[in-house]
Design a protein. Structure first.
Lengths: 112, 512, 175, 142
């Protein structure tokens, strides 16, 4: 159970970062940390003791395989995470060009 | 296995790529291609609404038959409830696409706009029609990412900042949903919604069940802008281009937020009393706080955005009352009435809120400002816009002949019969305050004389915008017919039955 | 196995904490890259080679994009004393985390321990998968055949992100 | 970039590209697949643009070519899915080609086709994201 708790703590560190940090890059970094911990959470669920990577070897078929379904979900979720991170980075570079600062509170004041 | 269901998703997605490719060579084609695609979607959605009735049609993607009663592949489901939501999405989408034919002339690179618009419609159709939990998450991401880009379409300072805040909160909601899906998979080892209910049927730990429900509720609640998570809505909806804020406010928070909460909490989780009470309190809070925030606004779109939160509060309140009665197992017919009122108000809100945002866009198109103080006396120069906006304002504040009145009436009757007198009183008070706030909007925008001398003469908006506004106002008036019992039986009751008697959904899916 | 995973995840938590509190932005982004790469180690420990390949390359691409954005700016975060509002948000953040952590630990007592998970839907993926989909790699079989609809949605998500980035980064938005 | 970086890029960029193609084509036999191979190919292309700078590839403001490639690849993914729908067994996303023997290169019916098209689509998408960032930084500096 300790691995699941540590994984949830990692998720919480990301959530803490998003709530408290004022710097745009730090918010993006905390978002990707939250992402990483949810991928880890899916991989932990799919693990089976004594299991082998889910590659069927026609020579010796009888083996205990690790659960392939969470791995397929994580494969999709990783590329979704890349898509959201790319969108966020595009907005951050655009905001930096317009406002000249990464601090979200200054942006609020300058917005006027 | 009717072959109509995948068309709702394939056509808009393939259309988006065609628009992207042709947009580079033939500049004018993308507008008409998008409207054609959405017209086709409107036709098949109304056809499927008329033929669906009580039964539930299932589409096994990839042709994977269930093995000893456990579904393997992904299922696409069309039943009474999501047929209504699909009709709302495609109809309002079609009218917004027509509206934006002339509205988008002010923005550059309009083919990106139309491609993203088709992707958003395809994503929402995918979310509403899918019966698989992770599939809902993937299509939710398609519609959410395209709405991030559409909110920041005119790359001005305030729009970029609003889109960034929307992305941060939306991203957090997506990770909460992903964690919730991981949690459900951890216990039930399956992803099909009906199969999860089967797996939950053989026993679950009370604390785990509450934690998962809170995770899912906060994830989708953030997409539905319920009260603790509403921070992104006023900025995002006011800085987006008007057809997009009409889509966001009228359709997006319903199809991606409220619909999924209802589907999961009725058809996947067994309704527990404390969750029902939590949802009802969140609904009342959204209703009351939304309207108080809306009174002090002078920017039209921000005023309308805050009113969206309070109107959504009505829907969540009435559905919450239905949930409480079901969880207590008492008076099922009042629960059915409350949920009918909620769904009826959902449909009405889509119609008149979409129309109000289109009016705000028309005012901004011809006068160039959104601030109520700098406007005045538009009734003479913009007759059609002021007429349609009068109809919409009267129906949102629940004035008798229009549709808003009937749905709020049903909600208040259900609250009174279920002995929640405080909630009924609050609903009435909020309705009166909404009326006051929209009287202010009408008086400042259309009827008092404009003291600021505007040099250029304000002329009416071009035809496509007028056409979609007039059609929406006709729909607003027609929807009030839905209150007549026998029409209500044919359309709303199948939706309510699929939600209330919870065994029907699973037996139909596992059975087929 | 659980001990090895816990050590690596403990290392990731330290990296994440440094990434959030680092004064210099570039080192904060590098720390985030380290957390991503140690996730690759966890995937290898958990017998998931597919994920390890995709994660290592995607993390490199994310790192390149983040460094490209950070190098473009003043790399120092404007360090300012935490004013009252900073303390309030930090306090609410820690409070929310405490409540969620307590409920999390409380609710996972009755669930499958790491490694002892039973199978329900995936049992049919493993048994007949090689014959049904014909692919030796079960994960590719699940991704492209059993759940191919998800993967099409996935490809469309990436196309939406590209369109979104192109619309946000165009120089002039309004005529 | 310095001459050392350019020389090493010349050496390894080709090999990284070939490795990406290998991962895509053997997607259904060895770990990896459409996504992993596509991202590896995009990595090798990014390596070249980083080492030789934007002007080497004469990046035009409107990167028309890559958007076309990318949306064509996605349309092909959808056409395969729909082809399963049309002349397969009338079911969307059906694996209608012969399955072949497990473990052979040409074996898993439609899967290798999916792998290849999703791989090209992912490679083109990630390369465009990187290109648009580079072009935006150069344009706004002017």
């Amino acid at each position: 159970m300790i691995a699941y708790i540590m994984c949830f703590i990692l998720f919480m560190v990301g959530l803490y970062g998003v709530i408290t940090r004022r710097n745009l890059i730090k918010i993006a970094v905390s978002m990707s940390i939250m992402e990483i911990s949810s991928f880890l959470f899916f991989a932990l669920i799919g693990y089976i003791d004594g299991g082998v990577a889910p590659i069927v070897d026609p020579a010796d078929p009888v083996k205990i395989y690790v659960d392939p379904l969470p791995q397929a979900l994580v494969l999709t979720a990783i590329v979704i995470g890349l898509a959201t991170t790319a969108m966020m980075m595009a907005i951050i570079i655009r905001l930096y060009r317009k406002y000249g600062t990464f601090d979200i509170r200054e942006i609020k004041n300058l917005r006027g | 296995m009717n072959p109509l269901i995948p068309l709702f998703v394939i056509v808009p997605l393939a259309g988006a790529f065609l628009v992207m490719i042709t947009g580079r060579f033939l500049k004018e084609l993308d507008k008409y291609l998008t409207s054609l695609i959405l017209l086709f979607l409107v036709i098949i959605s109304f056809y499927s609404l008329s033929t669906i009735g009580e039964n539930l049609s299932l589409y096994k993607v990839g042709g994977w038959e269930p093995i000893d009663k456990v579904p393997i592949g992904i299922y696409m489901i069309m039943d009474g409830f999501n047929a209504i939501i699909v009709c709302i999405i495609n109809l309002i989408g079609f009218l917004s696409a027509l509206y934006s034919i002339s509205y988008i002339k002010r923005y550059t690179s309009s083919n990106y706009f139309y491609a993203l618009f088709c992707l958003m419609i395809g994503g929402m159709n995918g979310v509403v029609l899918s019966g698989d939990l992770f599939n809902i998450f993937v299509f939710l991401e398609i519609s959410v990412i395209s709405s991030y880009a559409l909110v920041a379409f005119g790359v001005e300072k305030s729009e970029l900042e609003a889109s960034f805040k929307y992305q941060v909160l939306g991203g957090m909601a997506s990770f909460l949903i992903l964690f919730g899906i991981g949690f459900i998979y951890w216990k039930t080892k399956t992803l099909n919604i009906a199969d999860i209910k089967e797996a939950f049927a053989n026993g679950y730990d009370k604390k785990y069940y509450l934690f998962v429900q809170i995770l899912i509720l906060s994830g989708f609640g953030l997409k539905a802008a319920m009260i603790p998570f509403h921070a992104w809505l006023p900025d995002a909806h006011s800085s987006a281009p008007s057809p997009i804020s009409a889509m966001l406010s009228g359709v997006f928070i319903k199809a991606v937020g409220i619909y999924v909460i209802l589907r999961l909490f009725f058809n996947m989780f067994t309704v527990s009393e404390e969750m029902a009470i939590l949802i009802t309190t969140l609904g009342t809070l959204s209703m009351v706080i939304g309207v108080f925030l809306a009174i002090g606004q002078w920017d039209i779109k921000r005023l309308l955005a805050y009113h969206s939160i309070s109107q959504m509060g009505y829907v969540i309140l009435s559905v919450g009352i239905g949930m409480i009665l079901i969880s207590r197992g008492s008076k099922p017919e009042i629960a059915a009435l409350a949920i009918t009122g909620g769904i009826f108000h959902l449909i009405n809100h889509a119609a008149f809120k979409g129309l109000l945002f289109l009016n705000a866009g028309a005012i901004e198109y011809s006068t160039g400002t959104r601030n109520l103080k700098e406007m005045g006396g538009l009734a003479r120069s913009m007759p059609v816009t002021s007429a349609t906006s009068f109809i919409a304002s009267m129906s949102i504040s629940g004035v008798p002949p229009f549709n808003g009145f009937f749905s709020k009436l049903i909600i208040i009757i259900a609250a009174v019969m279920a002995k929640f007198y405080l909630l009924a009183a609050l609903a009435m008070i909020v309705s009166i305050i909404t009326l006051a706030s929209f009287m202010k909007f009408q008086r400042y925008a259309f009827y008092n004389k404009s003291d600021i001398k505007t040099d250029q003469k304000i002329k009416e908006v071009p035809f496509p915008m007028l056409f979609s506004m007039v059609v929406l106002s006709i729909i607003c008036v027609l929807l009030s017919l839905l209150a007549i019992p026998d029409i209500r039986e044919t359309i709303l009751t199948p939706a309510v039955n699929i939600l209330t008697d919870h065994l029907k959904y699973t037996t139909l899916i596992i059975g087929q | 196995m659980e001990l090895a995973i816990s050590i690596v995840v403990g290392f990731m938590i330290l990296g994440a904490l440094y990434a959030i509190h680092a004064k210099d932005l570039l080192s904060s982004v590098i720390a985030c890259g380290i957390v991503g790469y140690s996730l690759v180690i966890c995937f290898l420990l958990l017998r998931a080679p597919d994920l390890a390949i995709v994660q290592i390359v995607v993390d490199t691409i994310t790192l390149i994009i983040m460094v490209a954005v950070v190098l473009d700016s003043s790399k120092e975060e404007s360090y300012s004393k935490l004013d009252t509002r900073g303390y309030i948000t930090a306090a609410t953040g820690v409070l929310i985390i405490g409540i969620l952590l307590y409920f999390f630990i409380d609710s996972i007592q009755t669930l499958d321990v790491l490694g002892k998970s039973s199978l329900r839907m995936a049992k049919h993926y493993i048994e007949g998968a090689a014959q049904k989909t014909g692919s030796a790699n079960l994960v590719t079989g699940v991704v492209f055949d059993f759940r191919g609809y998800d993967t099409m949605g996935e490809a469309v998500v990436l196309v939406t992100a590209v369109l979104g980035v192109l619309t946000i980064l165009r120089i002039k938005g309004k005529k | 970039m310095t001459i050392i970086v350019k020389k090493t890029t010349q050496l390894i960029a080709g090999m990284v590209f070939m490795y990406g193609i290998y991962v895509i084509v053997h997607g259904h036999l060895t770990p990896g697949g459409g996504f992993a191979g596509g991202v590896v190919i995009a990595g090798s292309l990014i390596l070249v643009t980083l080492a030789y700078g934007g002007d080497f590839l004469k990046l035009v403001k409107e990167e028309a070519g890559t958007t076309i490639v990318e949306s064509l690849a996605t349309i092909l993914v959808i056409t395969i899915a729909v082809s399963g729908f049309l002349f397969g067994t009338k079911i969307f996303f059906n694996n209608f080609l012969p399955k072949g023997i497990v473990g052979h290169l040409v074996s898993a019916g439609v899967l290798p086709l999916y792998n290849i098209f999703v791989g090209t689509e992912v490679a083109a998408s990630i390369f465009i994201i990187f290109l648009s960032l580079i072009i935006f930084k150069e344009e706004s500096q002017k």
